[in-house]
Write a protein that binds this ligand. Structure first.
Ligand SMILES: [Fe+2]
Ligand SMILES: [Fe+2]
Length: 228
């Protein structure tokens, strides 16, 4: 990673962690943040299950097992967010919009090439590693800012802390999965590539906001996660 990418990474991850924390702490934006998280977590479950079946069919029992437990974790995360969202019944929140970030992050990859039975393993592992690694930090930050004073926030705080631990584990097995299949040089190159793609996606979003450009989320979002 060159120094510019490194600095941009610091800024982007700082901003997104700050935003996540802000959205979960404010009672007005919390239901929306929960709804978005619930859809993203539950929506990824069938994808990981299908990938697990593929890994098993290809004879990689280690990866099949990791992906199956990843699917189970994401299902549990979805339930934690759904449960927290239920506490906000009667309050106003909107059905979240599809997230433009994934469209930009996965630019140049067709919907067909991102399906669990077609995706290149290195594309899956590299792109997902970056997402899981950052999710672990963002969710830990969300947990940190929640107060323990009321029961609802305290419960959510506990749930988020356990989710953050799972995300750390997900990032770790994805890293190991890359190391099992590729040389360390290749692993470093792939991680660098996805980090750069992520930063470019954030920068494009920032420029769009400044310039008032409205971009449509594309269907390739639907491959990695059925919803986002
Ligand atoms: Fe998760
Ligand atoms: Fe995860």
């Amino acid at each position: 990673m060159n120094i510019v990418t490194y600095l941009l990474n610091l800024i982007c991850s700082g901003v997104s962690a700050y935003l996540a924390a802000y959205l979960i702490r404010d009672p007005l934006t919390r239901p929306n943040a929960l709804a978005e998280a619930e859809l993203a977590e539950s929506g990824s479950v069938p994808y990981f299950q299908a990938l697990s079946a593929r890994a098993a069919a290809e004879g990689d029992a280690w990866l099949a097992e990791k992906l199956a437990s990843h699917a189970a974790d994401e299902e549990r995360h979805g339930k934690i967010f759904a449960h927290a969202l239920k506490q906000h019944i009667g309050e106003k929140w909107e059905i979240p919009k599809r997230n433009i970030f994934y469209t930009l992050y996965l630019q140049e990859y067709s919907l067909a090439s991102l399906q669990p039975h077609t995706i290149d393993w290195s594309v899956f592992m590299g792109s997902m590693y970056i997402l899981e690694l950052d999710a672990s930090k963002e969710i830990a930050r969300m947990a940190n800012v929640l107060p323990e004073s009321d029961r609802l926030s305290a419960n959510l705080k506990k749930g988020l802390s356990s989710i953050a631990k799972d995300e750390v584990r997900h990032a770790a097995y994805l890293y190991e999965a890359m190391q099992r299949r590729m040389s360390q040089d290749t692993v470093d190159r792939i991680i660098n590539e996805w980090r750069t793609r992520q930063i470019q996606a954030y920068l494009t979003i920032a420029m769009d906001i400044i310039q008032g450009v409205e971009r449509q989320a594309m269907p390739q979002n639907g491959a990695l996660y059925s919803w986002v």
